[in-house]
Design a protein around this ligand. Structure first.
Ligand code: IPM
Ligand code: MG
Length: 337
């Protein structure tokens, strides 16, 4: 089979460390890769005048999939924009999949295996904002469309089937946001008629936030709007080891960008404390997306094994450095071969 064309976007802070880690792990698998690398983030802005240069967009366009590290967003820099949000918009990466799964480590609660399916292009992230009354009043529009709601609900229902899940929770706040969440809710529940094999339930977002703490094992697939998904996914990640393990995939029709949910953690740069596993798990999601399900499962199993053995960074109670964790993953992969 020909080499898989992957674009790496290391970015700022610990981004280069975790992307380097993922590349090492991917290169240990029996899959051929053809790498390209693009500039993104604050460093890119300083070097090329844009946090997301056109050359980077070209590389993402040319790749089968992209693995993104992290970026630092400086506050209040005129002309600056969040390059990850722009990437999601530019490539219409409407589905943000965020798996939340128990790990064999005391920091994690057990029995949890769900995916949060977050709408990724509209809602409060539509970018329609204005300031009125000489700055005394500010407005952000929350745009929800039928098309946007339909495609994210379909993505969630299809994913539920693929995972053999029996139910999907549609999460909204339609009791207050009557128009926007109303449309989202109606559209998702209407579409549910096409999936009689799935039990589709609805929850208000505040109830969902509470239930995630009370009894998280009840959830299999959650589908929700952009900001709710942003918040619930950070919350849920804390049930199973935190952001050091939280992986995600941004999927559209023509492109796919995988990224650890964590940020650029400038304080950790060079300390060896950055946990590479969220990026390795994102790389596993990428393999799955490329049709390399077997290798994805191997990589995931290797990650689980080093976690179980306590060969982890301090955030998970270990003493290893970033590179040493990758060394352990490579050893396990070798043993599996
Ligand atoms: C995430 C992040 C981003 C978001 C930020 C960095 C803009 O929190 O991927 O969850 O809000 O989507
Ligand atoms: Mg977030």
């Amino acid at each position: 089979m020909s080499a898989r064309r992957i674009c790496l976007l290391p970015g700022d802070g610990i981004g280069p460390e975790v992307i380097g880690a993922a590349r090492r792990a991917l290169e240990a698998l029996p899959v051929q890769f053809e790498w390209s690398e693009g500039e993104i983030g604050f460093g890119a802005y300083q070097r090329c005048g844009s946090p997301l240069p056109e050359a980077t967009l070209e590389k993402v366009r040319a790749a089968e999939a992209t693995l993104f590290g992290a970026v630092t967003t400086p506050p209040d820099l005129p002309g600056y924009f969040s390059p990850i949000l722009r990437l999601r918009k530019t490539f219409d990466l409407y589905a943000n999949l965020r798996p939340i799964r128990s790990i064999p480590n005391p920091v994690s609660r057990q029995g949890i295996d769900m995916v949060i399916v977050r709408e990724n292009t509209e809602g409060l992230y539509s970018g329609v904002e204005r300031v009125e009354e000489d700055g005394a009043r500010a407005v952000t529009e929350r745009v929800i469309t039928r098309r946007g709601s339909q495609r994210i609900a379909r993505a969630a229902f299809e994913l539920a089937r693929k995972r053999g899940a029996s139910k999907v929770a549609v999460v909204h706040k339609a009791n207050v946001l009557r128009q926007t969440c109303g449309l989202f809710r109606r559209t998702a529940l209407e579409l549910a008629a096409e999936y009689p094999d799935l039990e589709v339930q609805e929850l208000l977002v505040d109830t969902c936030a509470m239930e995630l703490i009370r009894a998280p094992e009840q959830f299999q697939v959650i589908v929700t709007t952009n900001l709710f998904g942003d918040i619930l996914s950070d919350e849920a990640s804390m049930l199973v080891g935190g952001l050091g393990l939280a992986a995600s995939g941004n999927l559209g029709e023509g492109a796919a960008v995988f990224e650890p949910v964590h940020g650029s953690a400038p304080k950790l740069v060079g300390t060896g404390q950055a946990n590479p596993l969220a990026t390795l798990l994102s790389a596993a999601m990428m393999l799955e997306h490329l049709g390399e399900g077997g290798q994805a499962a191997r990589l995931r199993a290797a990650v689980e094994q080093v976690i179980a053995a306590g060969q982890v960074t301090p955030d998970l109670g270990g003493t290893l450095r970033t590179e040493q964790v990758v060394d352990e993953v490579l050893l396990v992969l070798e043993e599996m071969a």
